[in-house]
Design a protein around this ligand. Structure first.
Ligand code: C2E
Ligand code: CA
Ligand code: CA
Ligand code: CA
Length: 278
């Protein structure tokens, strides 16, 4: 019992130290983690619904924290945004992607789409355009199609954002509206901004096959996407039934555990370009 108390005491102490160290040095944790190479990326394949062939991958960040273990991106991205560290973190992300790019060329076909999540706040920083140019310059020329995935969650600053979108297109980037259907802003964004892709949030996909009548909202989203000439990507596809339904309803690309979980570059290379093996 004494031993147990000592162990519990030590653990509590460690936990407090950890929490305090975050509290006292806001943000420093993330900068240190960048220096110590604690961030890494995983890739989740995206396939064409018509032939299930791989057409690209979404890049997802991971933090392997020495004491806290794997910290999910939902947690540290918000933290980084709050600490004004989303720019250095994204610059680091770009470096990681550029480092992997030559290997990715072995698995992904020419023109493959690389989906990269961009925090809306980053768009409006002075370094954004330079960061994007640096990414382009660091990637093999004319091979990948970079697609920036931007959520509608946060308010894009209107006029400025439109100009930035124009610039991005001019530089050869494409833009996806991410998590569509979950934000506060909704439809007005679609009319106003020149998105290329619409990523249907997995909340809508979940309903397929579980309800006798599929979501009328999902139907409306698909109609809308078609009217606005947006290429559609379904995320969170977990069953064959969902994949078949989406394909039958004209959704262009599929992403989700049914095709593959996000995987490390090594596993990706080992699997080759055969989705069945992921
Ligand atoms: P997201 O952009 O919507 O990314 C898709 C999330 O859904 C990923 O979670 C992915 O692992 C998960 N997912 C994919 N397929 C399935 C499925 O079939 N079923 C289920 N239940 N989940 C699936 P993850 O990797 O935890 O990322 C969470 C969020 O964190 C991302 O959501 C994105 O908003 C953000 N994020 C991740 N990496 C980055 C990054 O490098 N930069 C920024 N700014 N945000 C990032
Ligand atoms: Ca995304
Ligand atoms: Ca998403
Ligand atoms: Ca999501």
């Amino acid at each position: 019992a004494v031993l147990l108390m000592i162990v519990v005491g030590l653990l509590t102490g460690l936990l407090c130290f950890y929490i305090l160290s975050i509290g006292n040095r806001p943000g420093k944790e993330i900068l240190t983690a960048i220096k110590r190479n604690q961030f890494y990326v995983v890739y989740q394949p995206v396939v064409s619904s018509s032939d299930m062939k791989i057409r690209g991958a979404e890049v997802l960040m991971r933090w392997k924290h020495p004491t806290a273990g794997e910290i999910p991106p939902d947690a540290f991205i918000n933290f980084a945004e709050a600490q004004n560290l989303i720019v250095p973190l994204t610059q680091h992300l770009f470096e990681l992607i550029a480092r992997d790019a030559p290997a990715l060329q072995k698995i992904l076909p020419p023109g493959a789409k690389l989906g990269i999540n961009i925090a809306p706040g980053h768009l409006h920083t002075p370094s954004f355009q330079n960061d994007m140019r640096a990414l382009s310059a660091a990637l093999p020329p004319n091979y990948f199609q970079v697609v920036l995935e931007i959520t509608e969650r946060d308010t894009l600053q209107q006029k400025e954002a439109m100009k930035i979108f124009e610039w991005l297109h001019h530089e050869g980037f494409e833009i996806a509206i991410d998590d569509f259907g979950t934000g506060h802003s909704a439809l007005i964004y679609l009319e106003r901004y020149a998105f290329d892709y619409l990523k249907i949030d997995r909340g809508f996909i979940k309903a397929i096959g579980t309800e006798t009548v599929t979501s009328p909202v999902l139907d409306a989203v698909l109609t809308l996407a078609k009217r606005l000439d947006l290429v559609t990507v379904a995320e969170g596809v977990e069953t064959q039934e969902q994949a078949e339904w989406l394909r039958a309803h004209g959704v262009n690309f599929l992403q989700g555990y049914w095709i593959s979980r996000p995987i490390t570059l090594d596993r990706f290379l080992a699997a080759g370009n055969e989705p069945a093996k992921y």
